[in-house]
Ligand binder design. Structure first.
Ligand code: PEP
Ligand code: MN
Length: 336
């Protein structure tokens, strides 16, 4: 249930509502807007005695949240949320472009890529230090040495960094280096990991599982949000279909559908959704047209020698061109 407090509700009235919610064995999440405070009540269905809360002093209105995800629901913040990562805003009027190699491979590769991304106008840097590979014999990532290189690249360019965390016990370490934690497609329903990144209070980029429904994606976001971590963005990265020419099938529907269902920013990863460099720019443009808040794109200075996902990685000059196109398109659509 969403409890909307009156504009002039006192702190004591707000606290009384929170106290009543907790008395009922439920949890109250406070969202302080510029005008009103909203209290989102979550917990086991059946416990809630809404009638008691509805008549409390300072309560303006109460409304049920009919969807199974509550804190992720658009009802909670119809204007949409902005997630701040370093100095970068994800969500809101501006299109956010995140780019970098699939894997961190060396200092030279990282510095060269980071500079190219910055010069092209990319706002955040990506790169995996812990890689979820389909084969145990493939490159598994540089681990902490890779995190150090990401932090070095940030120090040199000022670009905030996002990197994948694969296990709950890695969260504390990755938080020390990264500005945003990526939960990969394969871990979208790793609930222990979702709980751990929720506890961290660090910004999270949550990718859709390759066979997950949009409702399952939002339920996973709900796990993170339920720990009080509000800084979550969700990312479509292609789903498994019967088509085999492309690595995955971009579910372009996911963008407007997610935008209508959730207040969380919505990104698209055209690199993994297509799996081939030649299609990345077209699908990135489609995502901007469909209303995505941002893009996350793989870029490598020498894709033919990349240790992972070289075939879908753009060369720096291709990325430069794509950023120009995406920004022009965003401007036509009234975005900044
Ligand atoms: C990645 O971003 O490199 C990655 C492994 O993505 P996904 O989890 O979407 O496959
Ligand atoms: Mn990759």
């Amino acid at each position: 249930m969403i409890v909307t407090m009156s504009t002039n509700a006192s702190q004591a009235e707000i606290s009384a509502v929170v106290g009543e919610v907790e008395n009922q064995g439920l949890k109250a999440h406070l969202i302080r807007g510029t005008e009103r405070t909203v209290i989102v009540v979550v917990g086991e269905a059946g416990r809630l005695q809404g009638d008691v809360i509805r008549v409390m002093p300072g309560v303006f209105d109460t409304a049920p949240i009919v969807r199974p995800y509550k804190l992720a629901s658009r009802d909670v913040n119809p204007q949409g949320s902005v997630v701040h990562v370093g100095g970068v805003a994800i969500g809101g009027p501006a299109l956010t472009i995140i780019a970098g190699p699939c894997s961190v491979e060396s200092r030279q590769q990282m510095m060269e890529t980071a500079h190219a991304i910055q010069e092209a106008g990319g706002q955040m840097l990506r790169g995996g230090a812990y890689k979820p590979r389909s084969s145990p014999y493939s490159f598994q990532g540089m681990g902490e040495a890779g995190l150090e290189l990401l932090a070095e690249a940030r120090a040199e360019t000022g670009l905030p960094v996002v990197t994948e965390v694969m296990a709950p016990e890695q969260v504390a370490l990755v938080v020390r280096y990264a500005d945003m934690l990526q939960i990969g497609a394969r871990n979208m329903q790793n609930y222990n990991l979702l709980n751990a990144v929720g506890e961290s209070q660090h910004p999270v980029l949550l990718k859709r599982g390759m066979s997950a429904t949009l409702e399952e994606l939002l339920m996973s976001a709900e796990y993170i949000l339920s720990h009080g971590n509000r800084r979550v963005a969700v990312c479509e990265r292609g789903i498994r279909t019967f088509e085999t020419i492309t690595r995955n099938t971009t579910d372009i529907n996911a963008i407007p559908v997610l935008k209508s269902l959730t207040h969380l920013p919505v990104l698209l990863d055209p690199s993994h959704s297509t799996g081939q460099r030649t299609y990345v720019a077209a699908i990135a443009r489609a995502a901007v047209a469909a209303g995505a808040d941002g893009l996350i794109i793989e870029v490598h200075p020498d894709p033919d020698r990349a240790l992972s996902d070289g075939g879908q990685s753009l060369r720096p000059e291709q990325f430069f061109e794509l950023v120009q196109q995406a920004r022009r398109l965003a401007a036509v659509l009234g975005r900044s």
